[in-house]
Write a protein that binds this ligand. Structure first.
Ligand SMILES: NC(=O)c1ccc[n+]([C@@H]2O[C@H](COP(=O)([O-])OP(=O)(O)OC[C@H]3O[C@@H](n4cnc5c(N)ncnc54)[C@H](OP(=O)(O)O)[C@@H]3O)[C@@H](O)[C@H]2O)c1
Length: 335
């Protein structure tokens, strides 16, 4: 089968289209004919992880070390990237019962990756579900990563209707899903992003948008029940006066300092810091499917690239110009 392979860390050019062995499902696995996958934060990070020092990494040193070991110290252990996908079941293992040949599915692979290929094997009880009928393979392939993270992290802070939520990093993979899900929960949402993506964030349903290159949201006198900082660009000291008396500052990216602040504020003070991880589960994926089916989450595709142009797709994402998602379409010679 054809796959895009990454055998050394480096710039987008390290991604090479190659002929590799087609995988065979184990007893508990399914074989998926991949139709579409994407380029997100996880793919670009894993491709170039050697260049990411502990300082540049947006999590504590221990997380960096574990990631470095799991991705590979000198060269990538996992040659095929792509952590979200959509496709159809081509074959099932002897003991796999959840899916049958021909089922249309979508899913999330996390740091197992593997979707930049014509075929992919995964355990049937992995983060995999049947595809919502109201989206195409391309549309749904770009949804799982951001939506699973957003849903899982928002559950930790229990957003209520009418609350004021600010999303710092609203145009990214996670932030764009946070905006949509927080609106669905009845919150009044302000999205913070760079100038080129203001319209995109508005189109997701944000009530207000703030351009971080022109305005500092911590200085405008507005207060929020929840400030959700995706990249960890703000700090508790900066955000204190922008939080309502019982407000929460939620970090999806954090260092030890924020973990200590979480510990301290959990015991004292009404304003809280919360640092959280979202591992991603099949239950989350099924909730995402329901949100898609009821029109609460939309899929906005900026560009499409064929598998052979995965390197070009990574280059485009890294230039920082994308407005929405970048899809990699996986064609098959027989269709
Ligand atoms: N907690 C968890 O379980 C978990 C899981 C996965 C990932 N993460 C973390 O999430 C982050 C990646 O999120 P993502 O996939 O959404 O990233 P992404 O798609 O690269 O989006 C990044 C967002 O941050 C914005 N941004 C860039 N510079 C900014 C600044 N100075 N001030 C405010 N916003 C700024 C970008 O805005 P513009 O593009 O408009 O400039 C964009 O909206 C990583 O740090 C990763 O470690 C956490």
């Amino acid at each position: 089968m054809k796959a895009v392979v990454c055998t050394v860390y480096g710039p987008p050019e390290v991604l090479q289209l190659k002929e590799v062995e087609k995988p065979t499902p184990k007893d508990n696995e399914v074989l998926i004919r991949v139709r579409a996958t994407s380029v997100n934060f996880g793919d670009t990070m894993a491709r170039n992880f050697k260049a990411i020092t502990p300082r540049k990494f947006s999590m504590p040193f221990l997380f960096w070390l574990l990631t470095r070991v799991s991705l590979g110290l000198r060269k990538p252990k996992i040659a095929i990237l792509g952590n979200e996908f959509a496709g159809e079941i081509e074959a099932v293992g002897k003991k796999a019962e959840r899916f049958k040949k021909g089922d249309r599915v979508f899913g999330y692979r996390g740091q197992s990756f593997g979707a930049y290929a014509e075929y992919l094997c995964m355990p049937e009880n992995g983060v995999l579900a049947t595809k919502p009928a109201n989206m195409t393979y391309e549309e749904i392939a770009v949804v799982p990563y951001g939506a699973i993270m957003a849903l899982n992290l928002l559950r930790k802070v229990n957003v209520q209707p009418g609350q004021r939520v600010l999303v710092n990093g609203a145009s990214g993979g996670i932030g764009s899903a946070v905006v949509q899900i927080a609106k669905h929960l009845g919150a009044e949402v302000t999205g913070v992003c760079g100038t080129p993506r203001l319209e995109f964030v508005k189109s997701l349903g944000a009530d207000k948008v703030i351009d971080y290159t022109k305005e500092d949201f911590t200085q405008n006198g507005e207060t929020y029940d929840l400030i959700f900082d995706i990249l960890g660009k703000s700090s508790f000291s900066q955000c204190q006066s922008s939080l309502k008396p019982n407000g929460t500052l939620l970090f999806a990216s954090f260092k030890m300092k924020q973990l200590f602040q979480m510990l301290r504020t959990s015991r004292t003070g009404a304003k809280k810091v919360v640092c959280a991880l979202a591992p991603g589960s099949v239950e989350d994926l099924i909730s995402v499917k329901e949100l898609v089916e009821t029109g609460k989450i939309k899929s906005i595709i900026d560009r499409r690239y064929p598998l052979a142009e995965a390197a070009e797709a990574h280059r485009y994402v890294e230039m920082g110009h994308k407005k929405g998602n970048v899809v990699i379409t996986v064609g098959h010679d027989d269709k």
